[in-house]
Design a protein around this ligand. Structure first.
Ligand code: KIV
Ligand code: ZN
Length: 388
């Protein structure tokens, strides 16, 4: 089968990087439910956990491996034999197992986390990949803190781990440090200078410390990466990971990028709610794609334009992400057009003068009340009829 060069593989780490967030821990049955929904959503790889970290995490990887059949199930390890042995064991029921092993690649991590040298770390990286390859064919290598690593050393590391058998090379911006053009250039450099790069897929894994995780991931994809790692709702360490739904909808909205995923975008909203509920992590109302206000129009100018033609203010259709529907929120900033829309929805067809009167009463009401209910609207019209 010919490999589609424009296909972007979606690697979901909600159950690993996402679940590391304090207060977001899940039970094994909860993780299985999310994993099944991720499978239905169409993700290519589910990172199910870090088996050596706890017996519970180990068991979750075992059970998720049994529960899903289409996606690859991936287990995280550090670059040591104990971690890798645990991952191989936990993945034994997976139809498509993958080990995600790696080590720090920046001088900061090499010196101050591992108290080591570039040469020693390179050796450990290669050893880890070779060791993992004995148990599982599909090996992803992560060069932790690649965002701050020296590019020539990073290239050397990537070349060495591919030669050792890595099928995917993950270039994480672990600390969310890079600017989009810096991160994109890093990926481009690897693509153009690592001589065996065609034997592996480059993966982007970005954190959101400066609010750039999604922009950086897109820059990476534009420069040759073909796997993107992210989480539902962008949950993850500190300020979070790349929000998977944002990347998917960017690729769908900007067809000129020529890239596509196999995500069934109509299922996005449903899984966003599931993850938010299970993890007890509310979604901020203004969150792109899945926030409660993502399709709510509230100012008069926008409402008027939206009611004339929704595309005036809607670049994504709510139904494309499974969002219930767009809403026209009535506030003191709303115009007559929005009021007319809502009154007609309730069955009131008003003449021009009647609408002007109702609008006047509406403004007085809305100035003192944040939520205008359907009953309030009925009251505006019905009271007038009674008085008249
Ligand atoms: O952010 C990171 O570097 C990671 C790795 C473990 C892949 O999560
Ligand atoms: Zn991470």
């Amino acid at each position: 089968m010919l490999h589609d060069p424009n296909r972007v593989y979606v690697f979901d780490t909600t159950l690993r990087d996402g679940e590391q967030v304090p207060g977001c821990q899940l039970t094994t049955p909860e993780k299985i439910e999310i994993a099944r929904e991720l499978e239905a959503l169409g993700v290519d790889i589910i990172e199910a956990g870090f088996p050596v970290s706890s017996p519970g995490d180990f068991q979750s990887v075992v059970e998720i491996s049994k529960a899903v059949s289409t996606p690859t199930v991936c287990a995280l390890t550090r670059a040591n034999k104990g971690d890798i042995d645990a991952a191989i064991e936990a993945l034994k029921y997976a139809k498509h197992p993958r080990i995600h092993t790696g080590i720090g690649s920046s001088d900061m991590h090499i010196k101050h986390k591992f108290n080591s040298t570039r040469e020693e770390i390179l050796e450990r990286a290669v050893e880890a990949v070779k060791y993992a390859k004995r148990g599982v064919e599909d090996i992803e290598f992560y060069a932790e803190d690649a965002g701050r690593a020296d590019i020539h050393y990073l290239a050397k590391m990537v070349e060495a781990v591919i030669a050792a058998g890595a099928t995917v090379v993950n270039i994480p911006d672990t600390n969310g440090y890079c600017l989009p053009d810096q991160y994109g250039s890093k990926i481009r450099f690897l693509k153009e200078n690592v001589k065996n790069i065609d034997k592996a897929i480059i993966s982007v894994h970005c954190h959101n410390d400066l609010g750039l995780a999604t922009a950086n991931s897109i820059a990476g994809l534009q420069n040759g990466a073909r796997q993107v790692e992210g989480t539902i709702n962008g949950i993850g360490e500190r300020a979070g990971n790349t929000s998977m739904e944002e990347v998917v909808m960017i690729l769908k909205t900007h067809q000129s990028l020529g890239l596509h995923t196999q995500i069934k975008s109509q299922k996005i909203y449903e899984i966003s709610r599931l993850v938010s509920t299970q993890m007890r992590m509310p979604v901020q109302p203004n969150k792109a794609i899945v926030g409660g206000n993502a399709f709510a129009h509230s100012s008069g100018i926008h409402q008027d334009g939206f009611l004339k033609m929704r595309e005036n203010y809607e670049i994504i259709r709510p139904e494309d992400v499974g969002f219930p529907s767009a809403t026209i929120v009535l506030t003191a900033r709303s115009g007559r057009h929005a009021l007319k829309f809502h009154l007609e929805r309730l069955g009131f067809k008003l003449e021009k003068d009647e609408l002007a009167d109702a609008y006047h009463r509406f403004l007085t009401l809305a100035d003192g009340k944040l939520d205008i209910s359907d009953d309030d609207l009925r009251g505006l019209v019905v009271n007038q009829e009674v008085r008249g």
